[in-house]
Design a protein. Sequence first.
Length: 357
Amino acid sequence: MRRGSLSLLLLAAVAAVAATAVPAEPASTLSGPSRPVTVAIGDRGHAVDLPDTDPRVQRRVTGWAPEQIAVALSASPTSAWVSWITGDYQMGGAVEPLDPGAVGSVVRYGLAADALDHEATGESLVYSQLYPFEGLQNYTSGIIHHVRLQGLEPGTRYLYRCGDPAIPDAMSDVHAFRTMPAVGPGSYPGRIAVVGDLGLTYNTTSTVDHLVRNRPDLVLLLGDVCYANLYLTNGTGADCYSCAFAKSTPIHETYQPRWDYWGRYMEPVTSSIPMMVVEGNHEIEQQIHNRTFAAYSSRFAFPSEESGSSSPFYYSFDAGGIHFVMLASYADYSRSVLAQVRSTSGWRRTWRRWTGR
């Protein structure tokens, strides 16, 4: 895939596209699609990346305060995931990972900002991107938190704060998101945005602006997230994918802070609109011991276990009357894995539930 935010917005649940202006009430699948807008597309192959000096990608919190806050769906509309990062990443020849147990993973949530009466706890982790070659910069992430909220009501707006209430100034501001409608053949989200090759360029800002103006209920991000693999480990950008191979190293370099820049830039969207992600080729990111997909597998919350999967590369979930099956294009689908994919997808189960056949 080429970088530069070559994106498709799929609105009004399945078939509508971006509206020229935000209506007083969002269009529904019953009233028909919103009016389409035609936008001239430039040379996406020469999109200009947002620099690390842009205030929208810089760290704006201190201490253990949460950042890069994101909401994802679980397998059903009665639960959801909240993710965030505390602490900053480290770069260097020798990096010492942060202790995931140094700060708690807590979400307090409820139906009003002054009534966050429910509390959920979750897990935390760090990941590293390591290169066993002289002169390359290694990376270790901040502490990544994933907390699953359960017992939610479908189609309901929830407010929440995340962080560690036991540490001063370690809780986020109040954010809000809405759960998906109840499962059923006549129940649909109002609008779904489908985006691919988003990246972190000035074109990205236009795409995200269009997305926000259309007020989607759900975002599907279909791979090629931030293009960290178009950089060398010293932060120097490359003009092409093959250009990010240094002559002295046999594997492809990446600059992992681009992931953090992306998470910070996207937080106003991801903290309030559930986003479901599946990988693309730019998320492979090979490192020491041939490990791949470390950033992708660590940074996002996936409803894998809830949907019967054991992998972030294939999972499924319900959003109203739609059963989504997310299948990665770069996973190794052996015979045993394919059997699990069939169980995870639930195509036959969903068809029987709604039709009785």
